[in-house]
Design a protein around this ligand. Sequence first.
Ligand SMILES: [Zn+2]
Length: 445
Amino acid sequence: MHVERSFTLSLEVDPIADGVSWAQWEALGAALARDLPGRTLEAVAEEYQERLLERVCGARWQPQRRLPAPFACPGCGAEGDFARKGRRSRARRLDTSVGTLRLRLGNVVCRGCERVFAPLLVLLGLEGVRRTDRLGLRLAELSTQMSFARSAKVADELAAMPATAGRAHTSLADVAGLLGDLPPADTRPEVVLLDGTGARAGTGKLGVGVNLAVGLVGRSGPLRRRRAATVWLGATVDQPWSAMARQLESVAAPTLVVVDGEEAITDLAARLWPDTPVQRCWWHLPHGLRKALYRDRAHPTWARTMCTRLHELLHDAFAHDWDQTDALAAWDDLARPMATMRHDAAAGYLTAARPHAFTFLDERLQRALAPLGGVELGTGVIERVMRELNARTDIGGSRWSTPGLRDLVTVKTAQMLHHPVYEHLRKEILQPNTIGFALRRKVNA
Ligand SMILES: [Zn+2]
């Protein structure tokens, strides 16, 4: 598809006074950068339409019959024999990622069925389209980073994209809708990480729960220094962990599951993959103990000492690659005073966590996961994603609705973890330009 001959676009600039500063010159450049792409594309499309009509209907004053066309009549499917049928009186507005286009459309009539239509729209698949996918995706992607109002402003400032906060909001929902129910991006991950957090959304004071499942697969980097790549496995918003089970059904038992310590998550892992070893997230363990001791009303200084000791124990065991038996003995030494002092929450917490605290010391597991850079100790990957989600939900004055948050979680996690469905959509919509062009300057005499 190309414009068969060049045409002239002229640019007239008002006389510029001698005293005009460079800052103003540069502002002129910025204004041109906003206006030119849309106006140019409009002109190119209309030129193209001119050539198309000539090819399909003959020259304006010499209509020809039975010429073939590169499009089909939307009425009867005929692929030729069209006659010009004048121009539409009103320009067709099309909102795009390079600005609002106003296209003056030429019509044809199908000699077979009398149907009148604009071949340019039919050929470009723009019938009924008021906003392009590229505009929608651009707005949605901005909206995962900043407030809807700001997204609209940035879109307008950068590329004259027609946008409002409401439009940005709709775009995010549209892209989430296009992604649909995402399947796990890999059904045989080596390691599965499961973690949950709260996000500021919904009507409840505590917000809404967001749960994520991320897989580690050893496929990136050179053979000798392979690094774990992360893949999207599942995400739920305001749903119990059992809902995640449905998303993870197709995932084969991994070598290891890393959980943040919530009982429901450990239960889910045990139910999905009963034979897979579980590691409690390293970073969560001392935090969990601190919370339990707080509930027990333990003396704060003592509680802090205990948490530090737990932290050091985990570190030492890792750094010196302890024997699992020794590590568990040290764990029991640490847990004993909790029981004797009747700190039931803390004692219960440590008992529940015990079987999953030192999984990383298992030699077989260490060998199996060596290609990924060792046994994963924490859910840090997920927490990075969660932090970004929270950063987005915490900005802007208005509170997110639960469906709105679900859209954000879908798009943002698919984007951050490069879900193949998302990458495919992006590739389809944000295609690189393949149409050659040259800008030439002709000085008017
Ligand atoms: Zn027809």
